[in-house]
Design a protein around this ligand. Structure first.
Ligand code: UD1
Ligand code: CA
Length: 469
């Protein structure tokens, strides 16, 4: 591997996560749409390290199978004897002359900026430790406490379970993140003892070792508490999800997007709005954005829409309860309410897709409309086409899918079936109720002749009398 900056990152992900009560390993539970471990790895990659080593153990094969990055190094920890023991398993992968940074797979939202500050301190030959002061003692419950001397110099970390009542009153806690020259870790870790309340080899004990050796210890705090919030249970996961979603909502509003209620939006991926200068995008309540979504200036999204991997053009309006997945939609379009746009669809400017219309793998030309109750699948529609209510493209013969081509200025009446493969020529009109199974020529009316009969002596059935009556 090319040595970029000799930074080696160790990600601890071997713990079981008992309190999640789940078959899925803890680090694979998603926050804002991606597994916690993937978020930590993305942040790690942002620091452009020369290597990232994941310490895995519990549910290990599942963790590895979910993580496709070929450049990752893996260190198995079996059995799991504590955080110090975990980092020790990664030691053979760390380059001796580099800086090591330890991250936690269950603390998903740590930012690259905060970590960069830790690494910078470690490069200056310091043991850099991330701490935080939490105002209420409840929040510190279960966490390691930072012990300082009279001069406010860090002395050690004591784990909650090992702490005295007096130590438990300390409000400064260990967030778990640290960085230092790798050789120091190689010296300290083998000396760890597990004579403590949990019978584990605590990584945190190296702090006292560093102090005893006279090393300079620098402590830093993150910009926001949520960056260092760890997840041990479903309720903590849900709480952090809401906190993070609110952060995303604030960022969107700062960039000029209007949210009907910042507490009722979910971004499970990346949502970008506007053109960098103005947004004027407005999003109503209960919308979910997945994957990569871009909304151009002045797009309006109605309530209860789900948008995934799509690009919506300027001035387009998505009306309530619509689902859009894998589509590019042009300017000035009107989609929904209750529209479903499926992958590989391109809707040009000024298109209208109305209620209960499903569009799949289709291209719809400028100004074309399908306003009511239709299925448009594997279809190419030209410009200024009107598709009548209830029209269905019959794209599947039971074995293969076939395409329907509808050229410019076609008018299709209501409840038409287009049996693909079939082409409707430019300017054609298709009569209501027609089953089109042969190509229909342009500039002409195509219909199926049907007879309309009236039976005057026919009687509408009446309800049979039941026996009891
Ligand atoms: C740890 C710290 C504590 C800190 C807290 C912050 C220690 C001893 N304690 O406690 O000071 O306040 O984090 O969240 O380090 N893991 C392994 N192998 C193991 C044990 C753990 O890989 O043998 C991994 C877990 O998967 C997890 C991380 O290390 O990602 C932290 O382990 P956890 O048991 O949750 O430590 P805490 O009790 O939270
Ligand atoms: Ca934890």
């Amino acid at each position: 591997m090319v040595m970029k900056n000799n930074l080696n990152i160790v990600v601890l992900a071997a713990g079981q996560g008992k309190r999640m009560k789940s078959a899925l390993p803890k680090v694979l539970h998603p926050i804002a749409g991606s597994p916690m471990l993937h978020r930590v790895l993305d942040t790690a990659r942002a620091l452009q390290p020369s290597a990232i080593c994941v310490v895995y153990g519990h549910g290990g094969e599942q963790v590895r199978a979910h993580t496709t990055d070929e450049t990752l190094l893996w260190a198995k920890q079996e059995p799991q004897l504590g955080t110090g023991h975990a980092v020790q398993q990664a030691l053979p992968h760390l380059s001796a002359d580099g800086v090591a940074l330890v991250l936690y797979g269950d603390v998903p939202l740590i930012s690259a900026n905060t970590l960069a500050a830790l690494v910078a301190a470690a490069r200056a030959d310091k043991l850099a430790w991330l701490t935080m002061t939490v105002a209420n003692v409840d929040a510190a419950g279960g966490l390691g406490r930072i012990l300082r001397d009279q001069k406010n110099h860090v002395q050690a970390i004591v784990e909650h379970k090992d702490a005295t009542e007096a130590q438990r009153q300390i409000k400064e806690i260990n967030t778990g993140f640290l960085a230092c020259p790798s050789t120091w870790l190689a010296g300290w870790l083998p000396k760890l003892k597990n004579t403590n309340a949990q019978g584990e080899y605590y990584l945190t004990d190296i702090l006292a070792m560093a102090v005893a050796e006279g090393r300079v210890v620098e402590t830093l705090s993150p910009a926001a508490e949520w960056e260092v919030t760890g997840i041990n249970s479903k309720d903590q996961l849900a709480l952090l999800e809401r906190t993070y979603q609110l952060e995303i909502a604030k960022r969107l509003m700062t960039d000029g997007t209007s949210l009907a209620d910042p507490a009722r939006i979910d971004v499970r991926g990346t949502l970008t709005c506007g053109n960098g200068t103005i947004s004027d995008v407005a999003i109503d309540v209960n919308c979910i954005f997945e994957g990569k979504v871009h909304l151009a200036p002045n797009v309006k999204i109605g309530a209860n829409c789900v948008l995934k991997d799509c690009n919506i053009g300027e001035n387009t309006e998505i009306l309530p309860f619509s689902s859009i997945d894998g589509a590019i939609i042009g300017k000035g379009a009107r989609i929904g309410p209750y529209a479903r746009i499926r992958p590989s669809s391109t809707l040009a400017d000024n298109t209208h897709i109305g209620n209960f219309v499903e569009v799949k793998a289709s291209d719809i030309g400028v100004g074309s409309k399908a306003n009511h109750l239709s299925y448009i699948g594997d279809t190419t529609i030209g410009a200024n086409v009107n598709v009548g209510a209830g029209t269905i493209t019959c794209n599947y013969d039971g074995a293969n899918k076939h395409r329907t081509i509808i050229e410019d200025n076609v008018h299709i009446g209501s409840v038409v079936q287009l049996v693909a493969p079939v082409t409707i020529g430019k300017g054609a009109t298709i009569g209501a109720g027609t089953t089109v199974w042969k190509d229909a020529p342009g500039e002409a009316l195509t219909l199926n002749r049907k007879e309309q009969t009236t039976l005057t002596n026919w009687q509408r059935p009446t309800k049979l009398k039941s026996k009891q009556e």
